[in-house]
Design a protein around this ligand. Structure first.
Ligand code: TZD
Length: 530
């Protein structure tokens, strides 16, 4: 008779979850026992890194990724990373090994009391099966829950004596199940939307990460062109949903209440697609909207629709809605919005490069299909201004601002997309939260180019301190870290690049090799609010 372990591997295989990200302990060994040869296991040396790799892999592949953690301790280490996966609607099937059933009640070492409660509220759903025979069905439930809109992480705790038990009769039906959602607008809803947009005199498009997640970037361009709208990326962007060199593109909205109201004041209708309204950050209070401006939000996430402080919302599939809308709208005769003019990088500093110069070099040297994983917090808007990102799936950033995503996510993205070069642009503060991803990159031969922007400080926090009138706060500098030595210690080749020419040479070398490489670049601190 098929046991729970065999039935689970069958189920994972049928659903395409043959790459596992994990960090094992005694509770997981029975599951990993004789892992079938068509599965691959990517070991992360810390659970934050395991989660970051899985998050990058799932976002870049568009399919759920499978994660295996160790009990409560492993889950705890993973939870910071869950904040990002939760915000980015990343479909993750997270499992954690539980002590044997007979030893959970006595709280034996590495048992997880109230295991299903532990990861909430950062997962869409979580559970621990009431009986061994129900494990495969529950993992099936987890896969479908993670993958239905709004996608997101889910969590199952599994007592380790369950794996050898007979699978229940339901397990024979699970592998063949197909569960899909269909999120189209009704004809009345579409008519209303078309009337609102056609009747607007100066509408504007704001696109969010779920446009990129559903590979609807081309539809967003079509929509902007049809209505001759300028287009912004929603604030706190974690993906790139609109080509940054398209004439309609205006940039990423600032993440503040007053900032958005002011910037969009000239528009009568703001159409927000695939984003929350809005993911604010710095507190600059004021009116949410200027007089005469209204918002219409299209999102696949009911919670996102419900919590918006203003505007109307429609909960529907992003791709389906954009397809219907572009088909139903007439071509506008308004003048095409004038393209913005971008300033070139400023003069080079002495002993350190300006971030805009770094991005100019990267943009000039890297191929057009490069994918960027970014975690350098003070240089975000400079990056957007200097980079030509055209293809879907070209940019990933921690969606909840939780650092420790960048280094590992770059490894996960590269594993999912071996056909495109992956360049991780990481701050010298951020790098430390996920630094052991270097080891996974080296061991699994994942040819990510890691570029560390070494400004010696938490520059974003210094800027926040200025904004909040905080003086003399401790703990804002990170001097004395040699990233080349660290990289070499984990088995990754490394170069220092202190000038444009050195950076250009190092980047060309790194892109030409099939091994991971780290480039440490001394940079000048910048203020993101200036
Ligand atoms: N811890 C975690 C897990 N996430 C965070 N966001 C922070 C701490 C706080 N934090 C920020 O929000 S930005 C930042 C910290 C520590 C500085 C990152 O420094 P960096 O980048 O060198 O990577 P910049 O460009 O110098 O700001």
């Amino acid at each position: 008779m098929t046991n729970v372990r065999e039935a689970t591997y069958d189920l994972l295989r049928e659903n395409g979850l043959t790459t596992m990200f994990g960090n094992p302990g005694s509770n997981e060994l029975m599951f990993l026992d004789r892992m079938p040869s068509d599965f691959r296991y990517i070991l992360g040396l810390h659970e934050g890194v395991v989660m970051g790799m899985a998050d990058g892999f799932a976002q870049a592949s568009g399919n759920p990724a499978f994660v295996n953690l160790h009990a409560a301790a492993g889950t705890g280490n993973a939870m910071g990373a869950l904040t990002n996966a939760c915000n980015s609607h990343t479909p993750l099937v997270i499992t954690a090994g539980q002590q044997v059933r007979a030893q959970v009640g006595v709280e034996a070492l590495l048992s997880s009391a109230d295991a299903a409660l532990l990861p909430r509220p950062l997962v869409k759903w979580s559970g621990e099966p009431a009986a061994a025979a129900d494990v495969p069905r529950m993992i099936s439930q987890a896969i479908h829950t993670a993958n239905l809109d709004p996608k997101g992480p889910v969590y199952v705790s599994i007592p380790y004596d369950d794996w050898a038990q007979p699978a229940g009769p339901a397990s024979t039906h699970l592998s063949a199940r197909v569960v899909r959602s269909a999120g189209s607008l009704s004809s009345e809803q579409l008519e209303w939307l078309v009337a609102e947009l056609s009747g607007a005199t100066n509408p504007v498009l704001v696109v969010g990460s779920d446009v990129d997640a559903t590979v609807s970037n081309g539809l967003a361009v079509e929509l902007a062109e049809k209505l001759r709208m300028s287009a912004w990326i929603a604030p706190s962007a974690s993906r790139c949903p609109f080509p940054t060199r398209h004439p309609s593109f205006r940039g990423v909205l600032p993440a503040s209440i007053a900032g958005i109201a002011t910037l969009l004041a000239e528009h009568d209708v703001i159409l927000v697609v695939g984003a929350p309204v809005f993911r604010y950050h710095q507190f600059e209070p004021g009116e949410y909207l200027a007089e005469g401006t209204s918002v219409i939000q299209i999102t696949s996430d009911p919670a996102e629709a419900a919590r918006a402080p203003m505007g109307h919302a429609i909960v529907a599939g992003i791709r389906e809605t954009l397809t219907a809308l572009t088909g139903a709208l007439e071509q506008s005769a308004r003048p095409i919005p004038a393209a913005r003019r971008l300033a070139p990088a400023g003069p080079d500093g002495v002993g350190a490069l300006r971030p805009d110069a770094v991005f100019e070099v990267i943009n000039a040297v890297a191929p057009a299909d490069a994918i960027y994983v970014k975690e350098s917090t003070s240089t975000t808007s400079i990056f957007w201004d200097h980079m030509d990102l055209t293809l879907p799936g070209s940019y990933y950033f921690p969606a909840a601002g939780g650092l420790g995503f960048g280094m590992p996510a770059a490894v996960g993205v590269q594993l999912a997309r071996p056909d495109r070069p992956v360049i991780a642009v990481i701050g010298d503060g951020s790098a430390n939260y996920g630094i052991t991803a270097l080891w996974s990159a080296a061991q699994y031969n994942v040819p990510v180019v890691f570029i560390i922007l070494k400004n010696g400080t938490y520059a974003a926090l210094r800027s926040f301190a200025g904004l909040m009138k905080v003086e003399g706060a401790p703990g804002l500098d990170v001097p004395g870290i040699d990233f080349c030595a660290i990289a070499e210690g984990y088995g990754v080749a490394a170069r220092k690049a202190g000038t444009r020419i050195e950076l250009e040479e190092a980047l060309r070398e790194a892109l030409a090799t099939s091994i991971p490489m780290l480039i440490e670049v001394p940079t000048e601190p910048t203020n993101p609010f200036h």
